[in-house]
Write a protein that binds this ligand. Sequence first.
Ligand SMILES: [Zn+2]
Length: 243
Amino acid sequence: MLQQIALLEQLQNVDLKIHESQSKLNKIPDDLSQVKVQMDELYEKIERDRTTLKEAEKWRVEHEKAIDMQQALLAKSKGKLATARNEREANAAQREIDTIRRALSEREEEAIHILEVVEQTGESIKQKEDMYSKLQDAFKDMEVESGKQVEGMKTQVKKLETERKKIAKNLDQPTSLLYEKIRQRQPRAVVAAVRGTCGGCHMILPPQIYNLIQRQDRILQCPSCFRIVYYDEAITSGKGGDE
Ligand SMILES: [Zn+2]
């Protein structure tokens, strides 16, 4: 029975390593997709900026046309003033000129503002595009690196699985079945008793069960978590650590 427990421990060590490699393998696509999400978000922002820029450009062109039109009107009013035949006509022309000049100065102020928007948006697009291209490079590197890691881990898992088969074939079938059943719920299915408690769930083991465990002549389970509990003098006397 001692040999069976030793085999179970070996098997569990291999299984835990396989489990760890599988978790790492499963995590790789997550890490990659996180960077992809960042890239997609940034791309959306760039697209929004591009729309803003396009609108601002359109706005700027319309504004320039309006300024040209007002300048034409101003020239016309100036002509009216020059050819005024009396004071009344001269005053009317002057009022027109004043109104147009006020409107023009407002338009010109706004044109400066539009130019600022165009410049700032252009700058922001440039910055984001730089960032995007850096993310793209990082993503490519990550993909290559992950590919290598995946290959390495798959080879590792294959080796472990071969090792596992070698150990498992020496296990009694009932012990093997019991271990597999527990392992579906608990990756660590085999634990040592620690000072009269279960090394898995830390519940105090009933004395009669603990006595049987100490005899090391059969496979025994913790009545509370159902893990297989074995006796290890070094661990139970406190020289070994808690699991
Ligand atoms: Zn337990």
